[in-house]
Every structure is written in C-alpha cells, then in structure tokens.
Design a protein around this ligand. Structure first.
Ligand code: TXA
Ligand code: MG
Length: 374
C-alpha cells in the first residue's frame, strides 16, 4: 500500500488506478549477463520480449533503463504504468547505430553529426524534431524526440535484438533515485515488468546530459557527465536552461521531467555548504540532536572528513576532487539510507569542477532544494 502512495503523488487519479492494476501482476524473469561473455540466447529472448510489446530493464553506462518498443504506443503506455510516471513526461529513444537515427527524426543538423561523432556512443541525449514514425505516446505528446546511443555493450546488443528503437526512462519508480545496480531495479520493478538484465553496477551513475538541438543555439536541459565546455568545444556556443541554474528559480525547466520531484530518499535530506570545518561541525551537531531524539541519522561526505563524522550511517564518496566517484555513488547512498531506515540526512555540497553541476542538480532535487549556507 505504502508503495502506491509513494508513486501516486505526481499522478492523476486515473493513472493511479492504472498503476494499481499493473502492480505486482506478472512474473519478472531476471537474467544475469556477463559483460565479458555475453549470453547471445538470453539477449535474443530479451529482444523478443520488446518486439512482442513487453518491458525489459537493462543496464546502460549511466543508470539502468526500463525499455519498451519506442515505435509501439502500447509499449510506451506500459512503461508509464510500470513506473507510475505521468504520461506527459517524454521518454528517451535508445539506438545502437547511427543509421537508425534518420528514420525517427525530421532533419539532422550538421551539429548533431558532430556531437554524435564526438560523444556517441555515450552519455549524451539529443532532442530533435520527430518523424511520424515515433508515436506521440513515446514523446509525451511533443513533436520532438530525445535520442541517445548508449556505450554499454549489453545495452547495444540488446537494442539491436529488440529491433533498433528502445524507449527507456530510468528503471526506478517515479520519484525515486535512478537505479545504478540491478538490485534496485528488482526492488522497484519486480512483478511489474517482464524481464530484468542484471550486469552489475554502472560506470557513471548519473543520467545522461540532455541537449536540445531544435533551437537556434543548442541548450542543455539536464546537466550530466558531458559538460557544457565539452559540447562547446565541438559545436561552439551552447546555452544552459536558466531554470537549472538558480536554486529558487521560478521558471519552468524545459525538459518536462525536470519539474517533478525526483531522486528523493524517504527521510529528510539537507545540503550544508561552507568551509569544510564549519560544515563538519554543523552536521555533527545536527546529527547529535536528532540522535538524542531517537532518530536515525546519515551523512554523505568526502574521504577527507570520513573519520570525523558522527552519525548512524556515514557514506564517503572518495576524495573531494574525485567528482566521478561522487557521481557514481550518489544514488546508491540515497537508496542505502532508505534500506537502513535513516530519517535525517545531511550532505556536503559538491559544487566543484564542471561535473559538480550535474551532481548538485540531482542532490538539490533529492533534498527538495533544502540547502544551508554557512
Ligand atoms: O541516462 C539516461 O538518460 C537514462 C538512461 C536509461 O538512458 N535515461 C533517463 O530517462 O534518464 P528519464 O526518462 O528518466 O529522463 C528523461 C528526461 C526527462 O526529464 C524528460 O522530460 C526529458 O528527458 N525528455 C525526454 N524527451 C524530451 C523532449 N522531447 N523534450 C524535452 N525533454 C525531453
Ligand atoms: Mg528518471
């Protein structure tokens, strides 16, 4: 029951009823896949599930995806139902070969070829004008489509077996952190989808960078591993959706999904920004107070402070300079706090380097924008 309450807060009543019907209805087959030695037969079977209109969760280099046939409106409808996601939030279409792009978009600007050459396969999603081949159910009613070519070898082989076009949001229940290991896909999706391909943990840990290529100047709608500088070096000026830059922005983000509450753990998360010693003292004191009231506490910090933090659960992402390690582990930490029943969480701010932007974007959302500046 609790599960459904969690999922429904962003949905209409009708969509929630749909969810009820779909929850825990089927047997979910879990298949193990060794990256070094892929099981061809299992991949063919997974591809067949997609071709026949079913759903398969699969690994990508960013996070696990929840895949369905992107060209089948019924598959997209099933994805929304399984995730408990509002159906105005468009899906990303995953392809494995450049030849597949032409059929699903109206036109391909020169700059798209250049970005593809530089970053595909990889953690970059491009928004383009869609062709009639892509149903509106997949694009949440928009006349544009988001396309990504993942670099994960299992994802590529699976997409090819599935017919070439796999629509896939992250494989979490709507509102929860994106899954970075199959364990969390099972936690959210067992009984709701046909199959889960388990290929251990992912490499990056945060969702792809989304760049809208339909306007005069390309615009980043979601920051990620591919940064604005990396894009600009290839195609010249790139803008950032202003709604992403300001913490208290009143403007609506341009990617429909970015407006929803996201990545949220069950307990309360607060980000604390300031000089490291001050942050450490503040967080320890806050945890001590919650502890005295009998609450379970958690901290996300860096290696530098590991030994000095005092809470029921202390998670350290590695060194402060190692933004890749922080990105890779952030969602796992949030999920672990849930598993451990942590009620009050504090995190250091990670606004460091260019990759820090993507980390802070997710962390702020997980914290419901609660940030204390010391
Ligand atoms: O790394 C990723 O991108 C992962 C893996 C599975 O590939 N996928 C992922 O999908 O994060 P999802 O559905 O969780 O996030 C897709 C985001 C949403 O915020 C959605 O609103 C936005 O992309 N989006 C999709 N199509 C769009 C479009 N045509 N215009 C604007 N935003 C779009
Ligand atoms: Mg998502």
């Amino acid at each position: 029951m609790f599960r459904n309450i969690v999922m429904c807060y962003t949905n209409t009543e009708l969509e929630c009823q749909e969810l009820e019907r779909h929850s825990k209805q089927m047997e979910t087959k879990i298949i193990r896949m060794d990256i070094g030695q892929m099981d061809k037969e299992a991949l063919v079977a997974a591809g067949r599930v997609i071709r026949e209109g079913g759903l398969v969760a699969f690994p990508t280099e960013t996070v696990y995806g929840l895949g369905g046939d992107a060209l089948n409106p019924e598959s997209s409808r099933k994805i929304y139902a399984a995730k408990g996601r509002p159906s105005d939030n468009p899906l990303i279409v995953h392809i494995a070969d450049m030849d597949m792009l032409e059929a699903i978009v109206e036109e391909i600007p020169e700059s798209v070829y250049r970005l593809a050459e530089a970053f595909w396969p990889g953690p970059l999603t491009m928004i383009l004008k869609k062709s009639d081949k892509v149903p509106l159910q997949t694009t949440g009613g928009l006349d544009t489509v988001a396309v990504r070519m993942p670099s994960h070898v299992v994802a590529q082989a699976f997409i090819r077996e599935a017919g070439g076009y796999v629509a896939a949001p992250s494989a979490n229940l709507s509102g929860k952190p994106s899954p970075t290991t199959a364990k969390y896909v099972v936690q959210d999706m067992d009984g709701r989808i046909d199959m889960i391909i388990d290929a251990d943990g992912v490499e990056i840990g945060l969702e792809s960078t989304i760049v809208d290529m339909t306007g005069e100047v390309p615009m980043i709608l979601r920051p990620g591993f591919i940064t604005i500088d990396m894009l600009s070096k290839v195609i010249g000026p790139v803008e950032m959706d202003v709604a992403l830059l300001e913490v208290d922005s009143k403007s609506q983000p341009k990617a429909p999904g970015m407006k929803y509450r996201h990545y949220a753990p069950k307990g309360e998360l607060v980000i604390v920004e300031g000089e490291p010693e001050q942050v450490l003292a503040f967080i320890n004191e806050a945890c001590r107070e919650h502890g005295m009231q009998g609450h379970k506490t958690g901290i996300i910090g860096t290696q530098e402070c590991r030994m000095l933090y005092e809470a029921d659960s202390v998670k350290c992402a590695g060194s402060r300079e190692d933004t890749d390690a922080i990105a890779r582990q952030l969602y796992t930490f949030l999920r672990e706090f849930d598993d451990e029943g942590v009620e009050y969480m504090y995190s250091e701010a990670f606004d460091i380097g260019e990759k820090g932007q993507a980390i802070m974007n997710r962390l702020l959302k997980a914290a419901g924008h609660k940030i204390i500046k010391l």
